[in-house]
Design a protein around this ligand. Structure first.
Ligand SMILES: O=P(O)(O)OC[C@H]1O[C@H](OP(=O)(O)OP(=O)(O)O)[C@H](O)[C@@H]1O
Ligand SMILES: Nc1ncnc2[nH]cnc12
Length: 175
């Protein structure tokens, strides 16, 4: 990434100390989304991680939807939402995991993928890696192939990659 792009993105991510609980420094991307140049830059760079052979982009609720959908559009791919428990209307596959601040369960529709489809997973933050690990397992469990994971930022000190040795993970920024 160009230095100018890196500086632009870093300048649009706001640290919010002690949110949602004491001891967590929350990385707020709303200033980045609000800035057309920064938003477009992130979308283009994440699409570049996928390359040309992506059939489906998976976005993880909620911030992964905001980044994943424009990436899918740009790649000419479909979009599949991975949602928090209880939000999807049809039959689902489910996975649970720990977060930096709590615990969560995610779901995907059982017919979301065709076996052999090439999937790019998109999210805003890789922290402890639990969310992406659960997502990779859901996608693979349906018979699709994960070609990579693209995140806007990785919180390196939380060692999320330790859970993801079997998948290609690209972060635009490492903090
Ligand atoms: O690597 P991990 O430790 O699993 O954490 C990363 C996840 O945490 C945040 O989502 P959150 O569950 O807070 O949901 P939100 O996007 O709805 O705020 C973030 O958007 C990632 O999805
Ligand atoms: N510190 C953090 N900021 C924003 N999103 C997160 N997801 C997990 N940890 C996070």
């Amino acid at each position: 990434m160009a230095d100018s792009d890196r500086h632009l993105l870093l300048s649009r991510i706001r640290d919010v100390p002690d949110w949602p609980e004491p001891g967590v420094v929350f990385k707020d991307i709303t200033p980045l989304l609000r800035d057309p140049a920064a938003f477009r830059t992130v979308t283009e760079l994440l699409a570049g991680i996928g390359g040309e052979q992506v059939d489906v982009v998976v976005g993880i609720e909620a911030r992964g939807f905001i980044l994943g959908a424009p990436v899918a559009h740009r790649l000419g791919a479909g979009f599949v939402p991975i949602r928090k428990q209880g939000k999807l209307p049809w039959e689902t596959s489910t996975a649970s995991y720990q977060l930096e601040y709590g615990e969560a369960t995610i779901e995907v529709h059982r017919d979301a993928f065709t076996p052999g489809e090439r999937v790019l997973i998109v999210d805003d933050v890789l922290a402890t890696g639990g969310t992406v690990r659960a997502t990779v397992d859901l996608v693979r469990g349906s018979g699709a192939d994960v070609v990579g994971v693209g995140v806007l930022m990785e919180l390196g000190f939380l060692n999320g990659r330790d859970k993801l040795a079997d998948v290609r993970v690209e972060a635009l920024l490492t903090l």
